[in-house]
Design a protein around this ligand. Sequence first.
Ligand SMILES: *[C@@H]1O[C@H](CO)[C@@H](O)[C@H](O)[C@H]1NC(C)=O
Length: 490
Amino acid sequence: MWSAVISLLVLQQYYDNVAAATAEPTDANYWNTYGKEQIKKAIKTERLNQNIAKNVIVFIGDGMGVTTNTAARIFKGQLAGQTGEEANLVWDEFPHVALSKTYNTDRQVADSAGTGCALFTGVKTKYEVIGVDDTIEFAKCSTAEAAAVDSVLVSAEQVGKSTGIVTTARITHATPANLYAHSASRHWEYDGKMPAQEAADGCIDIGAQFLENAAQVEVVLAGGRGYLTGNNTADPEYPDKNGLRADGRNIIEEWQQLHQDQGDQSSYVWNAADFNAVKPGETDFLLGLFESSHMQYEHQRVNDPAGEPSLTEMTEKAIHILQKNDMGFDPIFCARIDHGHHDGNAFRALTDAQELDKAVAKALELVNLEETLIIVTADHSHVMTINGYPKRGNPLFADPDFVNPALIPTKYENHGGQDTAIFATGARAHLFHGVHEDSYVAHVIRYASCMGMYMDDTCMVGNDASANFRFSFTWLYCLMLLLLLRLSYV
Ligand SMILES: *[C@@H]1O[C@H](CO)[C@@H](O)[C@H](O)[C@H]1NC(C)=O
């Protein structure tokens, strides 16, 4: 497919083809009223929510740079019959916003492996490596062990909190892999991708690490069945397609067996009907893998042979299951914004962004912001730009398969190196307050919920006496939980 280095979203020739909505007149009175309302809102944020974040939900719009955010907002407005520019995404109304510097330690423009490591471990690293610091040598297994760094998911599990991973990408793909794996290459997603020498040096593929390191993660909803099943096993949805693993392992069955042996209430599902039948009240561990590779774009989801849940449905189910325990950390990835952009197809990217908007709205309905931190950000940007001087309400595409024009056509459009935005609300959201390195996100998550290196008194600072009370109460709760877990294993 022809694609874009620079996708010029807005094109005069399409403006003439599609009728644009007309903007409401906005006189001085309109803007002054708007300004006053914003001031009222801003004053309210002077009362900081310094509570400990019992729960943290991070939404990653993969590749959702600031331009994509603007375009997604315009598209949202236009879908609602407005001109669009005046609309707001759910996170546009969050009280705290910062910028995130996304470079890798060896690249000015980042890939998702290096940025995922920064966001989730708190340590910025090289291009194309997973869960390791930058002492790693790319694709060199012998340098991996000493370089390994753990993610916030590990910190949360260590203090007995429930965790989840929800993504529309393969579970072994670069961004989510950083939550549980360490790899000298993002490409080692299954055993067949491991060079013989690196395997001989003792490194294992990301799929195998999923079972080893993430089997106790309470909720995993993603794509990527083929990366966890053997090349002798047919896919349930595509019977003429086998798994990819040369070692013949069926890691999905191993996951099921493990939880059966542990006596857990656990389920594995791979289609929409089985997913819908999962009762959160009777489920402690849920593994859902809805595609052999990435899940469908939201735009194509209705055509999926076996049906797939939407990002919003997965978000809701994950929160319901995690809330039964002490929900600790639940990263939710809207992964395919990135892929739509790589294909130069802003329509698919922005349709997935609309689904992210719905998922964030659903999460806000289900949690208490007094004790929950919600972060919406992107791991890196894309080169898409909005330019020219189109009229207000200009439509963004001619049709869903429209490939946005590129200045220099390449096989795939590539990432952009500009900052991304961090939008935050809830407990300790104000810690996002300026221009940060992307690695700071993991530090806020740990500090806000007193985990990992912040698991001491320093995270209790603040002027809110109830924070101290909450702190001890949270710990009491965690301890009780640990005790209960122990007892139930006896
Ligand atoms: C699976 O992969 C192995 C190793 O590459 C190969 O020897 C075997 O023939 C493959 N099996 C199938 C069914 O393709």
